[in-house]
Write a protein that binds this ligand. Sequence first.
Ligand code: RB5
Length: 157
Amino acid sequence: MGENNIQKVVITSDHSGVLLKKEIANYLTAKGYEVIVIGSQSGTAPDDYPDFVEPMANYVLNDKNMVGIAICGTGIGIGIAAAKIKGIYPALCSSPEVAFFARTHNDANVLVLGSRVTAKNTAYKIVDTFLETSFEGGRHKRRIDKIKNLEKKYGAI
Ligand code: RB5
């Protein structure tokens, strides 16, 4: 596990993310993280990604030591849906480099992955980076505060 305080992960998906969700859950459990697996159990019958963000968001909002992982086919839909919930800052990451900046610069609290566009081994590296990297603060805090102002003015965006 990394040096920051993230020890707990809640991971959700729609039908298209079920396999990758299970693989990541096993991967993180083996590394010593506490992992809560929620969302679609289907894997075959199509379901709707907006249905699977609220329980994940509630875990993240109620525990500072927990981050979320949300998976759909591209990561786009479930990321858009998650961003509607106040206090949830999802980042769709396609590489460990992007995941690094999602944490250091953006303080994202939900990692979003696309199961149809990201290979399993790449996903593992992205997850590792996201969980082991801390927010840098400083000038980035100012920008996050501006996002929060937008949230206050318009609701979550
Ligand atoms: C489901 O077919 C697919 O649309 C969904 O998983 C996601 O990719 C949407 O953004």
